[in-house]
Design a protein around this ligand. Structure first.
Ligand code: SF4
Length: 384
């Protein structure tokens, strides 16, 4: 599989909106983590019937993504050992920079010497969790950085040789925070990142945010604000030279995320680490979510897999529709065995979708109504 994902579960604290599978640690067990991941890979090499012992199918890794959690909490030496081992195992020997190696990082972890060490270790793309340039908002989110750190981090990364830098921002925050979304977008653009990922705030169970809302200390995010800020982002970012190539992702020319694009194309990928998911085109499996449970399993030579599911044809079809319509390439009409349902004409008239070169493509207004469009396609003119 030419796409590899590593879940690094450690964080210094839990952000107010986050329900990811993380392990909050003051001391990061970096050596244990690296050993566990390499052991998991070894176990897969010896137990997966599709591969010869010690071998993976992946000749020519295309992308490697360190997500989390907070991968930037690992010391650079641990990242170097990990990447060297993985790139060797996957025989990515020709040119390391031919593999897109992304690492998620929090701004406070980026220092000039650390950024340089990441670059030497083989990382060539950094996704920075900026979220906002408003210090009050960052505090409310329980983020560990202030707004000044974001610019410092971008400058340190550039000085270390990174030109492929992505910033994450969160929008549709509760009104009482008085967050100025346009200001945040403009400040993000002024740093000229190659890529931006924008996520609307959602309320997940068992998060500090859900508790604040249940006791009336915070308002629910509202749909109108979500739509307004989403469309505003499209206008603002287009004016700065960014193109949305997926519902939540925009970039300058030539800087699409190859790793995430593989997900959206339904390609196979291998996930390592606690809570990591893998997909072979038909079967999805996911690892034990807890760090300790994961570590103990692989140390005992047991599979780290918690469960797996084989997607039915119907599930695969639904996924295919969703994934295709999330992107600016849209859905190929040639791949639909039945004509488009009549409601599609309404979508086009309303400006929610377009037919371009025999493909159905959502506009930004259409992306806001993606569930309804997929529902129309699957219930009225069933695609198989
Ligand atoms: S740093 Fe990221 S993964 Fe960790 S708690 Fe915050 S949002 Fe979640």
């Amino acid at each position: 599989m030419p796409h590899l994902y590593l879940h690094v579960p450690f964080c210094q604290r839990r952000c107010s909106y986050c329900d990811f599978s993380i392990a909050v640690r003051k001391r990061i067990p970096a050596r244990e983590y690296v050993d566990a991941v390499l052991q998991e890979l070894k176990l897969l090499g010896t137990t997966d019937p599709g591969r010869k012992p010690g071998e993976t199918e992946a000749v020519g890794l295309d992308t490697l993504y360190l997500g989390g959690g907070t991968p930037s909490l690992l010391p650079p030496e641990a990242i170097s050992v990990l990447l060297t081992s993985l790139l060797d195992v996957f025989r990515a020997t020709s040119s390391r920079d031919a593999v897109e190696v992304t690492m998620e990082a929090n701004p406070e972890d980026v220092k000039p010497e650390i950024a340089a060490a990441w670059r030497r270790a083989g990382v060539n793309r950094v996704s920075l969790g900026a979220q906002s340039f408003n210090d009050g908002v960052l505090k409310w989110m329980h983020r560990s950085h202030d707004s000044a750190r974001i610019g410092d981090a971008v400058r340190s990364l550039r000085a270390a040789g990174f030109d492929n830098i992505s910033l994450d921002l969160i929008f549709a925050l509760p009104a009482e925070l008085e967050r100025d979304w346009v200001r945040d977008l403009d400040l993000a653009c002024s740093l000229r990142p190659a890529h931006l990922s924008l996520y609307g705030l959602t309320v997940e169970e068992r998060t500090p945010l859900a508790r604040w809302i249940s006791r009336g200390a915070a308002a629910m995010p509202d749909d109108e604000r979500y739509a307004e800020e989403y469309l505003l982002a499209h206008m603002r970012l287009a004016a700065c030279g960014y193109q949305f190539y997926e519902v939540s992702n925009a970039c300058r020319d030539g800087f699409r995320s190859r790793h995430n694009s593989a997900y959206w194309s339904g390609r196979a990928y291998l996930g390592l680490g606690p809570a990591a998911h893998s997909f072979d085109g038909r079967m999805r499996r996911w690892n034990l979510a807890g760090w300790e449970a994961y570590r103990r399993a692989v140390a005992a030579g047991l599979p780290a897999v918690e469960a797996e599911e084989v997607l039915t044809d119907e599930q695969r079809e639904l996924e295919r529709l969703y994934l295709a319509l999330r992107t600016d390439r849209g859905l190929s009409l040639a791949a639909l065995y039945r004509p488009l349902p009549p409601s599609t004409a309404h979508w086009v008239e309303q400006g929610w979708a377009e037919i371009r070169e025999q493909r159905l493509v959502c506009t930004p207004e259409g992306w806001l109504r993606l569930d309804a469009l997929v529902h129309d396609l699957t219930s009225a003119g069933r695609a198989v």
